[in-house]
Design a protein around this ligand. Structure first.
Ligand code: BGC
Length: 248
């Protein structure tokens, strides 16, 4: 069995677990710490160190899902994370604080990799879009199972600002929308995405995916949309898979 430690950095919580790569399941409890405020590189790396210690991880590169555009482990944007991350080599900060090498991938790309292997995306060809609805909107885009990294559908110019300010779970909470009103907002966004990409499948993930029954009925029935199987663990599982691939 191949096990791997992975950490999913979010705007409100930083979660980690040991993952069974071959089964796409968690081998430990999911450990969660609140994201430090402000979420500076040094403070976030300290939380990662706590998770590594809690899980008694001793050897092997770790996987990290990060809520930003990430290229070659470097953070390039910071819409929902502290600005000093921009142009920071995340793996370098992690190495300094924890002693471990790491492989860093956008959080929604990680969730998508897991869902495409073990969830609703399994065996799906064509264009598949994984959307994670949380503080922001993350997107993992796949063509015939191959990831096109760093798509930022939540940051598309939309209304008076960007799409995630209308259709994310935090927009629902901030605007105090009931499920019907939120379903309406999400529907507008999904119709827009559908118009541009003509996806074969849209998969809704993130914390809100488990409440799909409440808002799914307000979505246009012609949309090819479904909820994720792996729900909130997809980001951790996908980041672990990514690290395992990179270390091979
Ligand atoms: C970021 C994305 C991220 C998403 C979900 C957005 O604000 O720009 O990179 O995937 O939030 O965390």
């Amino acid at each position: 069995m191949i096990s791997r430690l992975a950490i999913d950095v979010g705007a409100t919580g930083i979660k980690g677990a040991l993952v069974n790569i071959e089964e796409g399941t968690l081998l430990s409890d999911r450990i969660k710490y609140p994201t430090p405020k402000p979420a500076t590189p040094a403070d976030v790396a300290k939380v990662m160190n706590n998770i590594i210690t809690d899980l008694k991880w001793e050897k092997g590169d770790i996987g990290i899902g990060f809520p930003a555009i990430v290229k070659n482990n470097v953070c390039l944007t910071a819409s929902n994370i502290e600005k000093t991350w921009i142009n920071t080599d995340i793996s370098k900060v992690v190495k300094e604080q924890t002693g471990f090498d790491s492989h860093v991938i956008n959080d929604a790309d990680a969730a998508g990799i897991a869902e495409m292997t073990y969830g609703k995306g399994k065996h799906l060809d064509g264009t598949v879009i994984m959307l994670t609805l949380g503080t922001g909107i993350g997107s993992g885009v796949f063509k015939d199972g191959v990831l096109l990294p760093n798509f930022e559908l939540g940051r598309m110019i939309y209304g008076d600002s960007v799409a995630e300010h209308y259709a994310s779970n935090s927009a629902r909470k901030t605007k105090d929308l009931d499920w019907e009103a939120y379903g309406g907002e999400l529907n507008e966004f999904l119709l827009y995405v559908n118009r541009i990409f003509s996806p074969d499948q849209i998969i809704i993930g993130g914390g809100i995916s488990k409440k799909f029954i409440k808002y799914g009925k307000f979505l246009d029935p012609t949309l090819p949309v479904t909820d994720a199987t792996l729900q909130n663990n997809a980001g951790i599982i996908g980041a672990a898979m990514y690290a395992a691939q990179k270390q091979e």
